[in-house]
Each structure stands twice: as C-alpha cells, then as structure tokens.
Write a protein that binds this ligand. Structure first.
Ligand code: SF4
Length: 400
C-alpha cells in the first residue's frame, strides 16, 4: 500500500492497534485488504457528527482508499456465504433429527458457551463467522485474482465488536502461525485512525467497491447487523432450498422487536414442515435459554444468539450512548432494514458473486472444500472458570 502521514516520533502511538494497521498499509510489500461488518456502515457516521443511523458505506470505502488500503471488501458478502453454509448445515441436521442448531457468528457467545456451557457446543453451527469466512476466502481466492502470493496479503477487519479481536486469534483460526484475519480494529479505533490521519468522513465523496468480487451483497447479508437478521436471512435461503422457489413474505416481523427472547414458527414446506425458530440477545437471556435447552424444556429448531442487546448495531466496539441506547440502535437498525428493502437481490443464494464463488472455488455448500475452508470447531474452556487462586498466582509469578 502507499502511505499517508504518520507521526515520525511515534509520540502519537496509542495502546490500541491503529499503529499496526498503519504499519501494514505503509509496507510496500504488503497487500492490505480491508473488510467492514454489516453494522459498521450505520454506526460510524455519528463519530464525525452525522445523524445517527446514516449509511456511510461509500465514505468508508473512500476513507480506506485515502489511507492507502489496496483492496476493500465487504463483510456483508461473507454474511451471504455464511447463510449458504449454515442453511445447508441446518437442513442436514434437521433431516438427522438433531435440534436445535445455534448460530455461531457472535464470538462473545462462542466464548460464553465454551467457558460456561460446553455441553451446548455440539449444537453450534460449525460455520465460521462472516469475518473469518471473508479472511479465509481473501487468502485462498485473491492470490490468483490479484497475482500476489497469499503470504503478502494482510486482512484488516473493521468491526463493531471487541470480541472479534479474540476470535481472530483463536487457535482454530491460525494455521502454521498465519492468522486468517491479521488485525481487527473496532469502529472506535477506525474513527481514531482516520482522525489521526486527518481524514474527516464528512468531507469524503461516497465511493464504490471497485472489484467484481467479494463485495456484492444481498439484503439478507445486510440484515446480519441487527438481531434476528441472521435468522431471517437463513429462512429465506432454506425455504428456497427446500421448495425450489422463493419465500413470498420474506420479512419475519415477529423477530424484529427488542425483547430479549423472540420466537416464530415458519413453515418451510414438505418434507421439513414447520420449524420453531428463536432469537435471543444479551447474555442474561442467553443463559436462561441455554439452560432450558439443556434441560429439554425449550423446544426449538434454530436459535440465533447475539451477545449485545440489539445485536451488532450497538456492539461493544462502536460508539455507544448510555442515555440514548434505544433511539440510536433503532435508527441504525432502520437503516439496515431499508438497505434490505431497497436491495435488488434479497436472498443470499441469489447473490451473483456468491454463485460465482461456488462455481469457481467452493463447488457447493458443505462440500469438502467448503468444509475445509469455512467451517470450524469449538472446545470446552471450562477450566478457565476453575482457575484456582494458586494457579493465578503461579501464572503471575512465572510471567514476572
Ligand atoms: Fe460482537 Fe456484540 Fe455483534 Fe456479538 S452481538 S458479534 S459481541 S458486536
């Protein structure tokens, strides 16, 4: 990448990771790829004085270019791929009578399950999150497209989420010392990075993704940013998989409230029939739901879990207001729903770039190669809970 102004003394060095992002961008041997999450584009303008919920997708792309980023991709595209994989996986599990299946795109939920409820891990979808799916595809598909070796590619993702930093360094997401996602910046860090480089988002004309791959998305991919969105997106695709035609009423309004637990019954048509889906947000309600699933009391087929109340539109890495939490989240969410409504393609499986990726690389959802690249596994970390005072003491004294 080519470089813009950096403080030569390092006096502006922060304890966050904006420095490392600039190191990648400024390194002429590195091809920097940036991706940004569905929620980021509607939860970022406020940092620069724009009204809450303004869609600044085009300005984020322009800002990345101005910084010197080489390739800008969209995590929304990967959300569509996740739906292809997770939808096929769910259908296979339903046919085997394995239920419920939990979504797996929220890393705070994964950490919570691994540490507190390892018994629930076999029920989690094995599909990686959109962040990890896009990073993996960037490193396995872009080298041939760009004519650069994978070792020279660094993926930076901009996320509304602190737990995504954790996810990027999971041992399952690092291969031979090479992480899939090299660096995660929270929305707040990205704002700091732009300010530090003298870039004001408000002044930037909107720009567009310039490459015909890994950036187009459907309305279904867009709604991943809000609670209930993953479920809605999945239902649209599963319905089409089962029935060979599109679902007519594609907005699952029962899932669009703000209650901690919401549920709906969806008729997927023969041979699957009716399925009971639920969405839960906030870890308090998640805990209650997981306990009732494990005790056999709850009766669901598919459950979406988001650790942050309201989902990623009010994620822990974005600008948050304690006082105006609900109005802010509602505005951001409304913009996301409008993106879906205005989208020409509203189902993941109808995204032409997704179709091309399956033709050229992945073959079919849940194929062997799709499994190798896009699926993961989970492991109990209950031991972290049982860390004794003595062990903590030993750790502390060993590290000094
Ligand atoms: Fe991250 Fe919160 Fe979204 Fe989960 S719900 S992925 S913790 S921002």
């Amino acid at each position: 990448g080519q470089c813009v102004l950096v403080c030569p003394t390092g006096a502006l060095g922060e304890r966050d990771e904006t420095d490392r992002a600039l190191d990648y961008i400024c390194d002429p041997n590195v091809v920097t790829v940036v991706q940004f999450a569905p929620a980021v584009r509607v939860a970022f303008g406020e940092e620069f004085g724009l009204p809450a919920g303004t869609n600044v997708e085009g300005q984020i792309i322009a800002a990345c270019r101005k910084l010197g980023v080489d390739v800008v991709l969209d995590t929304n595209f990967a959300a569509d791929v996740v739906i292809m994989e997770e939808g096929a996986e769910l259908l296979a599990r339903l046919k085997q009578g394995r239920r419920p299946t939990f979504t797996s795109c929220c890393p705070a939920w994964i950490n919570f399950a691994e540490i507190h409820y390892p018994d629930v891990l076999p029920l989690l979808s094995s599909t990686k999150s959109p962040q990890q799916v896009l990073s993996t595809i960037a490193k396995s598909y872009l080298p041939a497209q760009l004519g650069v070796p994978a070792e020279r590619i660094r993926v930076i993702s901009i996320m509304p989420c602190i737990a995504k930093k954790d996810e990027a360094v999971r041992p399952q997401m690092v291969h031979d010392g090479q992480p899939e996602t090299d660096l995660v910046l929270t929305t707040r860090e990205f704002a700091r990075l732009l300010r530090r480089e003298g870039i004001d988002l408000k002044d930037l004309p909107s720009s567009q993704f310039d490459r015909p791959f890994l950036s187009a998305y459907s309305g279904a991919g867009a709604i991943f940013g809000t609670t209930g969105g993953v479920m809605e997106a999945a239902v649209r695709t599963i319905y089409a998989l089962v029935n060979g035609r599109e679902l007519e009423r594609i907005e699952l309004t029962q899932l669009r409230g703000f209650e901690g637990l919401r549920e709906a019954t969806v008729d997927l048509g023969a041979p699957v029939g009716e399925v009971k889906v639920a969405m839960v947000h906030g870890l308090g309600d998640t805990r209650k739901l997981v306990e009732s699933v494990l005790s056999g009391e709850a009766n669901y087929d598919f459950i979406e879990v988001m650790a942050c109340p309201g989902g990623c539109v009010d994620g822990g890495g974005s600008l948050r207001s304690k006082k105006a939490y609900l109005p802010l989240a509602l505005k951001r969410r409304e913009t996301i729903y409008n993106v879906d409504r205005a989208a020409k393609v509203r189902q993941s499986h109808n995204n032409p770039q997704v179709q091309a990726l399956y033709r050229e690389l992945l073959q079919a959802p849940n194929s062997e190669i799709a499994h190798r690249l896009l699926h993961t596994h989970y492991a109990s970390r209950k031991r972290e809970l049982q860390h004794t005072v003595k062990e903590i003491w030993d750790d502390l004294t060993m590290s000094t």
